[in-house]
Design a protein around this ligand. Structure first.
Ligand code: FCA
Length: 326
């Protein structure tokens, strides 16, 4: 009798072991869940989960405290690892310590962790943009459209909203300025203004404080910054300051966060450099799944450089290609 009970118990344990081995869970933690970019990453991660048979636990982590408690939640729910875009890159060491304690694997996406000295944590696998190159293309796109509108560099100024706390942000705006200079915009026609927060209101504020410094001869404006929210905020500021759409060229980066704006007929927001949210969501989630199930560790750095300029002329077509326009 006892023997039989033990046998049944062993079988039950083996079966439940099998059941839990079947349900692989991974976390996907993002800093700004309100931003369409991150919602799109989540959607693609879930698609990967459906295709490959794993569960994605999505958690918004707007601050450090929420990030660390999310890692405990993941562990308590049986997750084996997580993909994360942290709210503050300097949380890197704390995130790694917490993950280690809970035996969870970590893959950083979009924003790379930095250590206590502010150096990138190159040991943590990271999937991010080839940021300088993408920035350059953004600068070139603004300059090309300015030439298309026959703007004279003499009365054209650029307002570049910066967010240097983020390596990927600094590289994007550095690249963008390079693109503008290469196209002939005089260096002293480029105004830099630092954002306090990386969102639409933060960019409205930073752009406003640059606009008041413009010389009276400034007729045409180029609005740059590290992502769509930044350029949207910048363009809103130009509208309040009285600039008309034909005198403003804003080009964002992401694409996902520009969709509603591009549906409007005419604004100073000319277009956006559409990235690959499908790669950032689907491929990172799949890489984590393979790491936890097969032990294949992702590359230390995967650079994403695929980018397409979307404007009112082609956005529906380009978004359809990656399933973002239905
Ligand atoms: C950063 C930005 C996002 C997006 C991503 C690729 O995390 O905050 O908007 O551009 O890089």
């Amino acid at each position: 009798m006892l023997k039989k009970t033990l046998g049944t118990l062993a079988l039950t344990m083996a079966l439940s072991g099998l059941a839990s081995a079947e349900e692989v869970k991974i976390g996907f933690l993002v800093k700004q869940a309100e931003e369409p970019w991150f919602q799109t990453e989540w959607a693609f991660a879930e698609k990967a989960g459906k295709d490959h048979g794993f569960t994605v636990i999505k958690i918004a982590v707007p601050d450090g405290e929420k990030t660390l408690s999310a890692i405990d939640t993941l562990a308590a729910n049986g997750a084996k690892g997580f993909v994360i875009c942290p709210p503050d890159v300097s949380l890197g060491p704390a995130i790694m310590a917490k993950a280690k304690l809970n035996n969870l694997k970590v893959l950083a996406v979009d924003d790379r962790f930095v250590d206590a000295k502010g150096k990138p944590m190159e040991d943590v696998p990271y999937v991010g943009l080839d940021a300088y190159k993408i920035g350059q293309k953004q600068g070139e796109a603004m300059a090309t459209e300015a030439k298309h509108r026959n703007w004279d560099w003499k009365d054209t100024y650029a307002v570049i909203n910066t967010f240097d706390e983020l390596e990927t942000g600094k590289k994007r705006t550095d690249g963008s300025v390079e693109g503008l200079k290469a196209a002939g915009l005089p260096v002293d026609h480029i105004l830099f203004t630092a954002q306090k927060t990386l969102d639409v209101p933060g960019a409205m504020d930073s752009t406003n404080s640059a606009l008041v410094k413009l010389p009276s001869g400034a007729k045409n404006l180029l609005i740059g910054g590290m992502n769509d929210s930044t350029v949207l905020g910048g363009v809103r500021a130009t509208e309040s300051a009285g600039f008309k759409a034909p005198n403003v060229i804003g080009v964002g980066i992401n694409g996902t966060d520009a969709i509603e704006e591009l549906k409007k007929s005419d604004t100073g927001f000319y277009g956006s450099m559409l990235l690959s949210p499908d790669a950032s969501g689907y491929k990172t989630a799949t890489a984590m799944f393979e790491w936890v199930t097969k032990g294949t560790e992702p590359a230390k750095f995967t650079a994403l450089d695929n980018v397409t300029l979307i404007t009112r002329a082609n956005f529906k077509e380009e978004l359809s290609k990656i399933g973002l326009w239905k």
